[in-house]
Design a protein around this ligand. Structure first.
Ligand code: HDD
Length: 715
């Protein structure tokens, strides 16, 4: 707009061509007539100021004439201080970032619903678990631990699995991980393990990696970490997808039923799609080719209607004075209770059905806390859990800039809030009345306390001298590490050996590596020997190994084909080749949620006679990591797609990663050119599209060709 625009005010204060009346967003009022009240109006939908209208305004609601040019003293002159819009826009931008989480900075979230089966009433009075078919809104945030917000998704790391249940009785947060144990037994060591795992402070490298000296220095000096390190070096630390991860509350909780009886309980999330992982090379390729691999997978699946689901399970153990079960100290967060000793009972199912509308407002600003508990769910004296009770609120205060973060839309309870917390930074509530204290006579002593509310402690007995020490039972650091190792299939063991060899191979300190080998020798001789061979070091002698019973539930190798929702089949096609295979696969596998993606040498469309298919990926824009299975269509051999070196790389990677590969008709020639061994497991050569579909269905259900992975690993 120019200075002499006819829209400009003229002397006399009249605006020629008055703007059309505004359609104001309806003012949102709480029951008392106050503007928006957190908790009360939680379901009112998005904040009306959040870019709902079509006219650009300032934060004060003034319409903006021009946001592309700042106000200057002439077209070649300096900027003028009076340009409010410029100053407001830049100032706000300058302050757009908030501190990232000190751990779990990189995450991806989704909204959903939890439906309870009702069978948990015998152990907890928490209504969202106890009542059959009760539906509760949830928000889940998955995360890596060590990396910064912009780091890659598929690094070797623990994954956070934090769930906020917006129950009618207030918020319950289950702030868990995808491993059932933790590195340390006492929260006072948390800064130490994190400082050791984060990038070295001098050069700030490596990013989002545990493969460096300080991490392994810490682990080798803290043998209590041995069990968790075994998990971190296993395939569990490189999940195929957030949708195929288990989740664990880790600590033992105390649950109380309506009749007052208590039990000691561990929480589990069981993915309906099964538990599956990437292989290491694949994870590394994804870090470069698609650093958003897990975030994209989650969002795409939800967009496509393939809603991820997990069943919530409980291991319920008697609440005995010694708080142990079958000799396992339930207060020790480095120990599991094998499912074979105490089965996981499914008590409800969670479905994630909506992606966040705004990453910052939801996924970034969500604030979880181990101490957000509803009645019927209580903490125990696990020293790691006790320390966490302090940390989460404390960190939110600086991360979210003050004590009122519970008023942010994503954090608002879906239960009425009648607290006496007042004022503070970023207060958005307009509290009415003059009474904010208890007891009070002026307001009839309202709001009243609820004797049966949350945080009514179970009267467990507490006594003892003030000491800085652990129970003696916490000192067995190797038996369960060995249990984990012996429970893995040979392929998974080979991956474990490879991971240790890789990580320790990245350590410069011989001392650290030697100490780690000594630690591994206390887990298992064979493990230590194989890692030592890879490192070119001497394997130390281990002590007599402990007698342990393996837990088959710890292995991820499926015993039978599982569900295939969201699995992706890449079909390499060429102009004038057979395109019918694409529709044949879509009709055979599409109903089960398998995505069939067309890959060709060029973009646009591939054409063969009257048939045409839209190309979804070209050899330039794709990489093997995008596919769970690869099919080479008949008629591709000898074409640009069939002879492109990137096709060779794609097929060789798919082969090394144990993925199903099928050649249709003359597509076989492309496999031969890629040097794939004749008759290798999981490679199908057929002339009939139906047979391709059938072989893929089974292979996808088993996730990988375990036989081929075994062959490649020499396991
Ligand atoms: Fe923690 C975040 C899980 C031990 C201190 N933690 C955080 C998140 C998850 C966990 C999933 C991310 C939540 C989100 O997505 O916003 N943490 C765990 C588990 C632990 C654990 C399963 C052990 C069983 N954590 C732990 C200890 C301490 C902390 C012992 C400190 C004494 N954790 C934090 C924190 C974080 C956090 C610093 C960083 C960001 C946040 O809380 O909100 O307070």
């Amino acid at each position: 707009m120019t200075a002499n625009s006819s829209d400009q005010p003229v002397p006399g204060g009249v605006v020629p061509g008055a703007p059309e009346p505004r359609t104001a967003a309806p003012a949102r009022r709480g029951p008392t007539g106050c503007p928006f009240r957190p908790g009360v109006d939680a379901d009112d939908g998005p904040d009306p100021r959040a870019q709902a209208g079509d006219r650009l305004t300032t934060a004060q609601g003034l319409r903006v004439d021009d946001t592309d040019h700042s106000l200057k003293a002439g077209p070649r002159g300096p900027l003028l201080m009076e340009d409010h819009h410029f100053r407001e826009k830049i100032t706000h931008f300058d302050h757009e970032r908030i501190p990232e989480r000190v751990v779990h900075a990189r995450g991806a979230g989704a909204h959903g619903t939890f439906r309870s089966y009702g069978n948990a009433a015998s152990v907890t009075r928490a209504a969202f678990l106890a009542e059959a078919d009760r539906e509760t809104d949830v928000f889940v945030r998955f995360s890596t631990v060590l990396g910064s917000r912009g780091s890659a998704d598929t690094v070797r790391d623990v994954r956070g699995f934090a769930t906020k249940f917006y129950t009618d009785e207030g918020v319950f947060d289950l702030v868990g991980n995808n491993f059932p144990v933790f590195f340390i037994q006492d929260a006072v060591k948390f800064p130490d393990i994190i400082h050791a795992g984060k990038p070295h402070p001098d050069r700030e490298i490596p990013q989002a990696q545990s493969a460096h000296d300080t991490f392994w220095d810490f682990i080798s000096l803290h043998t209590e970490s041995t069990h968790m390190a075994m998990w971190a070096m296993s395939d569990r630390a490189i999940p195929r997808s957030y949708r195929t991860m288990e989740g664990f509350g880790v600590h033992t909780f105390r649950l109380q039923a309506a009749d007052g009886t208590t039990s000691l309980v561990k929480f589990h999330w069981k993915p309906v799609l099964g538990v599956h992982s990437l292989v290491w090379e694949e994870a590394q390729i994804a870090q470069g080719a698609d650093p958003d691999f897990h975030r994209r997978d989650l969002a795409d699946a939800i967009d496509a209607g393939a809603f991820p689901q997990w069943e919530l399970g409980l291991q319920v153990m008697p609440d005995t004075p010694d708080e142990t079960f079958e000799g396992i100290d339930l207060l020790d967060p480095t120990k599991i209770v094998p499912e074979e000793l105490c089965p996981v009972q499914r008590v409800g199912i969670m479905t994630l059905h909506a992606n966040p509308t705004n990453y910052f407002a939801e996924t970034e600003q969500v604030a979880f806390h181990v101490d957000h508990l509803v009645r019927g769910i209580h903490v125990t004296n696990d020293p790691l859990m006790q320390g966490r009770l302090f940390s989460y609120l404390d960190t939110q205060l600086s991360r979210l800039g003050g004590p009122n973060f519970a008023q942010l839309p994503i954090n608002r309870p879906h239960a009425p809030v009648d607290d006496m917390l007042r004022d503070g930074m970023h207060q958005t509530a307009v509290h009415s009345g003059v009474v904010a204290y208890k007891p009070n006579a002026i307001d009839g002593d309202r709001p009243t306390a609820s004797p049966d509310g949350a945080f009514v402690a179970v009267p467990t007995r507490v006594e003892g001298a003030k000491v800085k020490e652990n129970p003696v039972s916490f000192s067995d650091h190797f038996t369960q590490a060995r249990l984990f190792w012996l429970s893995l299939s040979p392929v998974e063991q080979a991956h474990e050996v490879e991971a240790y060899t890789f990580e320790l191979g990245k350590c410069a300190s011989d001392e650290v590596r030697a100490r780690m080998l000594a630690s591994l020798a206390r887990v298992d001789d064979d493990l230590a020997r194989r890692v030592a061979v890879g490192l070119g070091m001497q394997a130390p002698e281990g002590p007599e190994p402990a007698e342990v019973q393996p837990s088959p539930a710890l292995s991820q190798k499926p015993s039978e084909p599982g569900r295939v929702d969201g699995r992706v089949v890449g079909v390499i096609v060429a102009d004038d080749g057979d395109l019918g295979i694409v529709s044949a696969l879509r009709s055979a596998l599409g109903d089960e949620g398998v995505v069939v993606r067309v890959v060709a040498a060029h973009g646009g469309e591939v054409v063969s006679g009257a048939e045409r298919e839209t190309v979804e990926r070209t050899l330039l824009t794709t990489r093997s990591i995008e596919y769970d299975a690869v099919v080479v269509a008949d008629g591709t051999a000898g074409t640009p797609a069939g002879t492109d070196p990137r096709t060779v790389v794609l097929l060789q990677e798919a082969f090394r990663h144990g993925k199903a590969i099928a050649a249709h008709g003359s597509g076989q020639g492309v496999l031969v050119a890629a040097g794939l061994p004749d008759g290798a497991p999981g490679v199908t050569l057929v002339d009939d599209a139906g047979a391709v579909a059938q072989s893929l269905r089974e292979a996808l259900g088993l996730h990988r060709s375990w036989e081929r992975l075994a062959m490649l690993a020499g396991a």
